[in-house]
Design a protein around this ligand. Structure first.
Ligand SMILES: Cc1cc2nc3c(=O)[nH]c(=O)nc-3n(C[C@H](O)[C@H](O)[C@H](O)COP(=O)(O)OP(=O)(O)OC[C@H]3O[C@@H](n4cnc5c(N)ncnc54)[C@H](O)[C@@H]3O)c2cc1C
Length: 469
């Protein structure tokens, strides 16, 4: 990917312009390699290599989004404006969405069905796992796979070994924190937001997967809006650091600026219809800790286990699916002499449903989130999980619950895909219904979220969509 100046980019017409340089943009471009297409990535942040990030640490964390929060609970949103976006700071958990997550309405009468199924996305999930060099366990129950995981799962904790004997739906957490492959192995420090040994897949350390002689990138260039003529996009309007605006011409525009950025660009452009920005949501998390009568930990990575006992079933008619994560590092110690390691750290992660009142609007032409709170469905899922967890941990001596987490850092929604224009913003190929040469890439187009982390699925979706261009 050659880095060029904005003035150079403005002097020509591009086959494809992609807004953003993280998973959604790069996995889309991956499918365009070798197809004689001039592709330009437009990134509002700077190019900061891994050494620079290690040296400067938190200095680059962007300010919180403008928000009006009427939920009565703290709510944070995780954004990262730099080359590679949140791939720099994600943790690398890559569970798949469950097949039923794609068909919530037809199976359980809530939410919406996706216009695309688990089976149609499955080969692309395998490809994404190969690119990220995911470590996972093929024998784990639950998900039909057409190819094995590229690398074996990390060592489970001692508690997870016991749990998987009681309940086979406990599986090693699939992860892009390396256990083999061409990155260094996971150091198990639990410092995954900025991996000290570069073991976690990032766009920066995986860049060779997204290279082509005809791919170029401009950084420090914020896409403000899409230009159109006669019902088609003709390019984008970009603002540089000095505030000057330039028009870039393109035959196809992919918005991969995460749900907040993508919604804001469409709102400024007056495209996508009345639903743009509505229904932004993310999962609701809650930590819990159990004292156990044996030493736990000694797992091979930070988040080692995924429990599916509370994930899918008829209960989803009334309450959310919950994924149980088991955390090995950073550990939680038991504050009793001689029993330091006799503790199990878990997290419930509940799916949320989109609520129209949670939405991105523009104030002073900038994104502004109106947040009324997570759905009652998500809270009901966590209540069910708290009620049932005792039965799932028969060896626990005592269980303690934390409060609701202010963010799961998994923003979803704002431009949902649907079969019919009246039900969404984009069609089954994530193209705007009203401007078909504009695609919304990433989790903004998920019609519903899931309890599972979204990034593997949004990357696979981008591969699939790129292959269809
Ligand atoms: C701390 C943390 C931990 C996480 N852990 C996990 C995990 O374990 N598993 C998981 O599945 N997910 C995880 N996530 C979520 C994951 O990072 C996101 O799902 C993923 O990064 C989304 O990819 P994306 O390409 O859609 O958007 P982003 O990664 O958000 O990237 C958007 C890009 O667009 C650029 N951009 C935005 N607006 C504009 C504009 N107007 N013009 C030009 N460029 C623009 C941004 O600078 C950025 O480069 C985590 C996130 C965080 C913050």
């Amino acid at each position: 990917m050659k880095r060029i100046e904005l003035s150079q980019a403005a002097g020509r017409r591009w086959d494809v312009v992609l807004v953003g340089t993280s998973f959604a943009a790069c996995f889309f471009a991956r499918a365009l390699r070798g197809r004689d297409l001039d592709v330009l990535f437009v990134e509002r942040g700077a190019y900061l290599d891994w050494d620079h990030q290690l040296a400067h640490r938190h200095e680059e964390t962007p300010a919180q989004l403008r928000q009006t929060n009427t939920s009565g609970q703290r709510k944070d949103w995780a954004l990262r404006h730099q080359f590679g976006g949140c791939s720099n700071c994600w943790w690398g958990n890559t569970p798949r969405l469950h097949p039923s997550d794609f068909a919530l309405a037809s199976r359980y009468g809530v939410g919406a069905d996706w216009p695309i199924s688990y089976d149609s996305l499955e080969p692309w999930l395998c490809d994404a796992e190969e690119i990220m060099q995911v470590a996972g366990d093929d024998t784990a129950a639950g998900f039909a796979r057409s190819r094995p995981y590229p690398f074996p799962a990390h060592v489970p904790t001692r508690a997870e070994r016991r749990l998987s004997q009681i309940d086979p739906s406990w599986t090693p957490m699939p992860t892009a924190r390396a256990n083999g492959g061409d990155r260094g192995g996971c150091c198990v420090s639990g410092a995954c937001s900025l991996c000290p040994v570069n073991a976690k897949f990032t766009i920066l350390n995986g860049l060779s997967a997204f290279e082509d002689d005809r791919f170029h990138v401009v950084t420090g260039a914020e896409c403000r809006a899409i230009s159109t003529a006669a019902g088609l996009a003709t390019g984008i309007v970009v603002r540089d650091a000095a505030g000057a605006e330039t028009e870039l011409r393109a035959d196809f525009v992919g918005l991969a600026a995460n749900p907040i950025g993508t919604s804001a660009i469409l709102l400024r452009s007056g495209l996508g219809g009345a639903r743009v920005g509505q229904g932004v949501h993310e999962q609701l998390g809650q930590f819990l800790w159990a004292n156990v009568p044996f030493d736990n930990y000694y797992g091979g990575t930070s988040i080692t286990g995924a429990g599916y006992a509370l994930y899918d079933g008829d209960f989803r008619r009334e309450s959310a699916s919950v994924l149980i994560e088991s955390w090995n590092a950073p550990p939680s110690l038991r504050l009793e002499p001689g029993k330091w390691l006799q503790r199990l750290k878990l997290k419930f992660v509940a799916e949320d449903l989109p609520r129209p009142e949670n939405r991105v609007v523009l104030t002073d032409d900038e994104p502004h989130l109106l947040w009324a709170g997570h759905s009652a469905y998500a809270f009901a899922g966590l209540a069910r999980a708290r009620d049932q967890i005792g039965g799932l941990l028969p060896f626990a001596e005592e269980i303690e619950f934390g409060g609701f987490e202010p963010t799961e850092a998994h923003i979803i929604g704002g431009t949902p895909m649907a079969l019919r224009r009246e039900d969404g913003v984009v069609d089954a190929e994530c193209r705007l219904f009203d401007v078909p040469n504009v695609a919304c890439l990433g989790a903004s187009s998920f019609p519903t979220g899931a309890a599972a982390n979204p990034t593997l699925t949004l990357s696979a979706l981008s591969l699939y969509l790129g292959s269809r261009l």
